[in-house]
Design a protein around this ligand. Structure first.
Ligand SMILES: Nc1ncnc2c1ncn2[C@@H]1O[C@H](COP(=O)(O)OP(=O)(O)O)[C@@H](O)[C@H]1O
Ligand SMILES: O=P(O)(O)OC[C@H]1O[C@](O)(COP(=O)(O)O)[C@@H](O)[C@@H]1O
Length: 336
């Protein structure tokens, strides 16, 4: 018999987590390893809630959003008592390796666990936010941006029909990967995110946004779309909508996309990435790796030390920020 592997999904669920679960179980089977899944993230370790993961249990799940193992944000993991409980549960089940599918918060929890539990700890980056350093993409990001793009294309139809201004708030409370990528793909007139806004510049940004709305209003039959990251604008995005309405004299409507960005069937890119990462995680277990995250960088699978992956939030590609700034400059020239 091979190693005993524990698996859990933690933090915000992301489309493709099920594909990663499936890949872990199938790859583990090949190496004669047994896999048990803990339910509701680290809470499963606190409460000893688990299920055995057979090949049958992961059949027909590759296309499903969410996670069959459920997820959670587990407060107890932040306490020494929670770390001890997790250690006791893993020890009781004679686990050799724990694979966690989650984001940088979950990986921080794994590092805390490594102080007391001496088994192997392997991370798989799964979050729609794409904010984990050391990998080009996290599982779920591609689906989330495609979902947001499809929704915004529909909002654009109404915006066009009414020559309206829409402000669309996108997920990612600490990072702008979703906002910038979606903004560019939807040809948003303006993108406001952590990379191009800080709260000291509220007045200047308001002036610039108002100017953009007024420019669009001068052109007949013109809609205007502003995309903004959640948790960014002082006082919230609704306040921004009110401020812009008042300044421009044009009705600015807020549309918050919210959780629809997190659900749904994963796109091909996420299914494939999740499968590669699941297989790579099991290979890491077999190779006696410890405290590493599976990653894909420049189309090549890698293992990245967990402490490096969480050291910094991954930056939005500066080329995207430049592209948006230059497209805006170009639009302004064309209109003048
Ligand atoms: N500093 C920490 N110490 C211990 N556990 C942590 C820590 N940070 C996060 N975690 C655990 O990881 C879980 C998920 O983290 P969170 O930041 O919510 O999501 P994500 O993993 O997607 O970034 C938390 O609910 C908590 O159980
Ligand atoms: O589900 P909650 O607790 O409301 O959290 C919302 C946050 O979770 C996310 O959807 C995903 O974040 P994580 O993957 O880091 O957990 C963020 O985009 C959003 O800011």
């Amino acid at each position: 018999m091979g190693k005993r592997i524990a698996l859990l999904t933690s933090g915000g669920d992301a489309p493709g987590m099920n594909a990663a679960i499936r890949a872990v179980v199938l790859a583990a089977h090949k190496f004669d390893c047994e896999v048990i899944g803990f339910i509701h993230g680290f809470n499963g370790l606190m409460l000893n809630e688990f299920q055995s993961l057979s090949i049958a249990s992961v059949t027909n799940i590759i296309h499903q959003g969410g996670t069959i193992l459920k997820s959670a944000r587990c407060k107890e993991m932040h306490l020494p008592s929670g770390i001890i409980k997790a250690t006791e549960t893993l020890t009781k089940h004679q686990i050799d390796a724990l694979i966690v599918i989650g984001g940088d918060g979950s990986f921080t929890g794994m590092l805390a666990l490594s102080n007391t539990w001496k088994g192997q700890l392997i991370g798989i980056p799964g979050t729609i936010d794409n904010d984990v350093d050391g990998t080009d993409f996290t599982i779920g990001f591609s689906t989330a941006i495609n979902t947001a793009i499809r929704a915004i294309d529909k909002i654009r139809d109404t915006a066009n029909a009414f020559d309206r201004v829409f402000i669309v708030e996108l997920m990612g409370r600490h990072s702008g990967h979703i906002t910038f990528n979606v903004g560019i793909a939807c040809a948003a007139e303006q993108v406001i995110s952590f990379e191009n806004f800080n709260s000291d510049e509220e007045e200047a940004t308001l002036a610039q946004l108002t100017d953009g709305i007024e420019q669009s209003a001068k052109i007949k039959h013109s809609s205007h779309l502003i995309v903004i990251a959640e948790n960014l604008w002082p006082g919230g995005a609704q306040k921004l909508a009110e401020q812009l309405t008042q300044r421009s004299g044009v009705d600015c409507t807020l549309c918050t996309l919210g959780y629809i960005q997190r659900g749904g069937s994963p796109v091909a890119k996420d299914r494939i990435l999740a499968t590669k990462m699941g297989v790579s995680a099991v290979q890491a277990v077999i190779d006696n790796q410890h405290l590493v995250m599976t990653a894909e960088l420049n189309n090549t699978m890698n293992l990245v030390p967990l402490n490096i992956a969480i050291l910094h939030k991954k930056r939005v590609n500066p080329a995207l920020v430049d592209a948006q700034a230059n497209i805006l400059a170009l639009t302004a020239q064309t209109e003048n």
